[in-house]
Design a protein around this ligand. Structure first.
Ligand code: SAM
Ligand code: SF4
Ligand code: SF4
Length: 355
């Protein structure tokens, strides 16, 4: 819910230490998930966020309102698996009341999408991204440890039927896992009128199987695709967008998010709020600001905005660039966050933080 109308206030935009504005918010609506992707949730058991700490949809909309007062204009709903959150269309509806938001998107694993796409479209959701790493059911099972490939396919098909355009398919490109499916994924994207975006494998919280040699770099992805498609042209500068987009000769476009080899920290305008209201200014940040506590303690709108403003103005995060520097100096071997530390603080996990 918006705390002030855009008509009566000039938006008080803020910038961090490096002059980066606060523009984009990833809002995790739950840390629960119905898949167990090995690169995101490698363990059998998890410490979940306590239920009573999870924000209500109204609290999420209110917090989003403070962020939009300070410059945010794009929100992406994520998780865990966001479609596990009951009443998600109602959150979309609440967010739509906020006239400062120009883009409300959703990232989902697609398992529950066929059941919910229509309702989400009617609620006013703008865009959907489905994560899809393979077109082979047996590989899907191996990666996600759940036999849900068919439902994901149904989910993808339901998107256009519900009325959405601009579907994106996000694929984590992993050497030795799906590097032989890049062309097939582009072709599949064409069939379902979706743009495919390849994401370089990142060493996030739970990715304890991560290793440098499994990262399929942007350069390697382009080499594989050009063997099939010939010349690939980069499209104009990506600005603050994480994906660099490319054009094939037949007009098909695709994206690469080179988070590991070519970090985009310099232009990064996004931050993340977990389902229990912890605010992280970087995907890799190990500490954040507890917005839930202040909100539930009755902080005024001005106090909440001051908290966010101060947090953003002090932001120095360049997590991916720092990791890359460690690699360059040979100080990096395996994953950076040990499993013991992850067990102590569930917020450090990718599935809590929303990708
Ligand atoms: N459950 C939803 C889904 O999978 O789309 C939303 C949350 S998920 C954490 C968001 C995104 O993070 C997904 O596209 C997923 O593939 C990506 N992701 C998770 N772990 C990753 C990793 N280690 N490297 C790169 N991307 C990762
Ligand atoms: Fe997979 Fe998304 Fe669930 Fe992580 S949160 S296990 S990426 S479906
Ligand atoms: Fe932004 Fe942090 Fe990712 Fe860099 S590592 S792009 S600062 S979220």
């Amino acid at each position: 819910m918006m705390s002030e109308s855009p008509k009566d206030t000039v938006r008080a935009a803020v910038a961090d230490v490096f002059g980066r504005p606060l523009k984009s918010l990833r809002l995790s609506v739950t840390d629960r998930c119905n898949l167990r992707c090995k690169y995101c949730m490698p363990e059998q058991d998890y410490v979940w966020l306590p239920r009573e700490d999870v924000l209500t949809l109204e609290e999420m909309a209110t917090l989003t309102g403070y962020f939009t007062d300070l410059g945010v204009d794009r929100v992406r709903l994520t998780g865990g698996e966001p479609l596990l959150r009951r009443d998600l269309p109602r959150l979309v509806h609440l967010l739509l009341q906020n006239l400062r938001l120009t883009d409300i998107a959703l990232t989902t694993n697609g398992v529950l999408l066929a059941d919910q796409a229509e309702e989400l479209y009617e609620a006013g959701l703008h865009r959907i991204t489905v994560s899809l790493d393979t077109l082979r059911p047996e590989r899907f099972l191996q990666l996600t440890r759940r036999d849900e490939f068919a439902r994901v396919m149904e989910g993808i098909e339901s998107v256009a039927r519900a009325g959405f355009t601009g579907l994106k398919l996000d694929t984590v490109a992993i050497r030795g896992f799906n590097d032989d499916e890049l062309v097939a994924l582009i072709e599949f994207g064409r069939q379902v009128q979706a743009e495919v975006r390849f994401i370089e494998y990142m060493d996030v919280g739970g990715a304890n199987e991560w290793s440098q040699d499994k990262v399929l770099s942007q350069a390697a992805i382009l080499t594989i695709l050009s063997e099939r498609y010939g010349m690939i042209e980069p499209m104009p500068e990506r600005g603050a967008a994480p994906a660099q987009r490319f054009l094939l000769r037949d007009g098909t476009t695709f994206g690469i998010i080179p988070s590991t080899t070519t970090p985009f920290c310099a232009a990064c305008d996004r931050s993340r709020v977990t389902a229990d209201g912890m605010w992280y200014r970087c995907l890799y940040a190990t500490s954040g600001t507890d917005l839930r506590q202040s909100l539930r303690a009755g902080a005024s709108a001005d106090e909440m905005r001051a908290l966010i403003r101060t947090g953003w103005e002090g932001r120095r995060d360049r997590g991916a660039e720092e990791r890359k520097a460690l690699e360059r100096d040979g100080l990096r071997v395996g994953g950076l966050i040990g499993i013991e530390k992850l067990r102590e603080d569930p917020h450090l996990e990718m599935h809590a933080r929303g990708g």
